[in-house]
Write a protein that binds this ligand. Structure first.
Ligand code: SF4
Length: 440
């Protein structure tokens, strides 16, 4: 039988594993059992030694690397990470899950791209692990975990309202009675059994509730519980000193995650990665002024829409295509500088959309229409995509001045030395980039 903590590391059993693990100083120590199990996992690729995690800390980095690759790498290869679906590594995985939650809690904000990456990856892992189990074992373990998660005897539909608001689960997919979600067959039979006279209630249960809804809810609940757990650790870390090994891991993750993600970013200078070689003129994030850096990292307070639609859209497009706008009298269209719109489509829009996704809540989740506003600010009218035939229907919005930003988006303007004597983020970027290029 598969351990409950393999699917729910926050279960009582999972917490017991953590209590017993004890010594966090051992995180970096080579672990023979781990290495042996990874090597002997069915379908695991072992041709390259780098693919094998040797310690709990290695496993923590591999889990994050898997999350990034699974999400971004078009050539993602499951057999490099097959051991993540090996239930014999349940204890190791549970420890690593808790260690990562702690490191992420002290290093990143709750709504940050990094925290969301980890929480989402936990949901994906739950679904993938469940899909590998036999139907009988899967049903048993789902029921056991759902029973444990129920705090007051039932799962209230409103405990899933965040998930429903994010459109990851539809209210219409749930069967609700007095605010409680009906998931178990016995609950269904008690509530509706007598109402079916001409057909089998069991069959109706399978049609109306079914395993897939239960699996989906379970994975969402574990994502939600993970987020609550990270929040709790964050609050606690303000009062209690964290273990030095967790602090060290948190510091390393701060560099590791952006560096792994950047392999798949096609819009930054020097990013390389799957999209090939560096091209002159690509944006250099090191030269971004503070207001732009804050926007790209995700706006968590007010002004989210203006920051993305007005500030970043104009900044990114002019910085990439026409940084000399303020020194020139000529009025340009995007296609004058990017005739086939490839730069706009492959570099500028992904940067803006990623920043929108980094916001809390992610911009397009509750306001998908803002995509149209972004397209319109690039001069392509009120449409959902850029199309040369629509160019000119609206005007290419020019970059906001520092004065305007200070009035409308004061929370993003945190001037540093590079802002001295300038009146527009674009000028700040140009000067910084010039200095950085000179150093190279
Ligand atoms: S001074 Fe201007 S460039 Fe610097 S952070 Fe503020 S708005 Fe941005």
């Amino acid at each position: 039988m598969v351990e409950v903590s393999y699917i729910n590391p926050l279960s009582n059993e999972g917490r017991e594993i953590i209590r017993r693990y004890g010594d966090l100083n051992q995180l970096e120590k080579e672990n023979e059992y781990l290495i042996e199990e990874v090597i002997h996992t069915t379908n695991q690729k072992i041709s390259n030694d780098d693919l094998i995690p040797k310690s709990y800390k290695d496993l923590a980095f591999k889990r994050i690397q898997w999350a990034i690759e699974k999400k971004n790498n078009k050539n993602y290869s499951q057999n490099e990470f097959e051991y993540l679906l090996n239930d014999a590594l349940c204890k190791q995985d549970t420890v690593v899950y808790h260690v990562l939650c702690q490191a992420i809690a002290i290093q990143f904000n709750i709504g940050s791209r990094e925290t969301r990456l980890f929480i989402e990856s936990q949901g994906v892992l739950v679904q993938e692990r469940l899909s590998k189990l036999t139907p009988l074992v899967r049903n048993e373990i789902i029921d056991e975990i759902l029973e444990e998660i129920k705090t007051d005897g039932a799962i209230k539909w409103n405990s899933l309202k965040d998930i429903i608001a994010s459109k990851k689960l539809k209210l219409s997919e749930l069967l609700i009675s007095d605010g409680d979600i009906i998931l178990q067959q016995n609950e269904f039979m008690d509530e509706y059994g007598s109402k079916f006279t001409d057909r089998s209630p069991e069959r109706m249960y399978n049609i109306l509730v079914g395993d897939s809804v239960k699996e989906l809810i379970l994975s969402r609940l574990i994502m939600q519980k993970t987020e609550e757990y990270i929040k709790k650790i964050k609050e606690m870390s303000a009062r209690v000193e964290m273990h030095p090994s967790i602090v060290e891991l948190a510091e390393e993750l701060k560099d590791f995650i952006p560096s792994e993600i950047s392999k798949y970013n096609q819009y930054y200078e020097g990013s390389g990665g799957v999209y090939g070689s560096v091209q002159a003129g690509k944006l250099n994030p090191e030269a971004f002024p503070p207001c732009i850096e804050n926007t790209v990292n995700g706006v968590t307070s007010g002004g989210r829409n203006d920051a993305i639609v007005l500030l970043l859209t104009s900044f990114a497009s002019y910085a990439r295509l026409y940084p000399r706008i303020f020194a020139s009298d000529e009025t340009m269209k995007v296609s004058d500088l990017d005739p086939d719109l490839n730069i706009t489509r492959n570099e500028i829009l992904p940067l803006i959309f990623d920043a929108a996704d980094n916001c809390t809540p992610p911009l397009f989740e509750d306001q998908p229409q803002e995509k149209v506003n972004i397209i319109s600010k690039l001069g392509f009218g009120m449409h959902s995509d850029i199309d040369i035939n629509h160019e000119g229907e609206t005007t290419w919005y020019t970059p906001m001045s520092c004065e305007k930003i200070k009035i409308h988006l004061p929370q993003l303007c945190k001037p540093d030395g590079s802002c001295k004597g300038i009146n527009n983020p674009l000028s700040c970027y140009g000067r910084k980039k010039f200095q950085l290029d000179k150093k190279k």
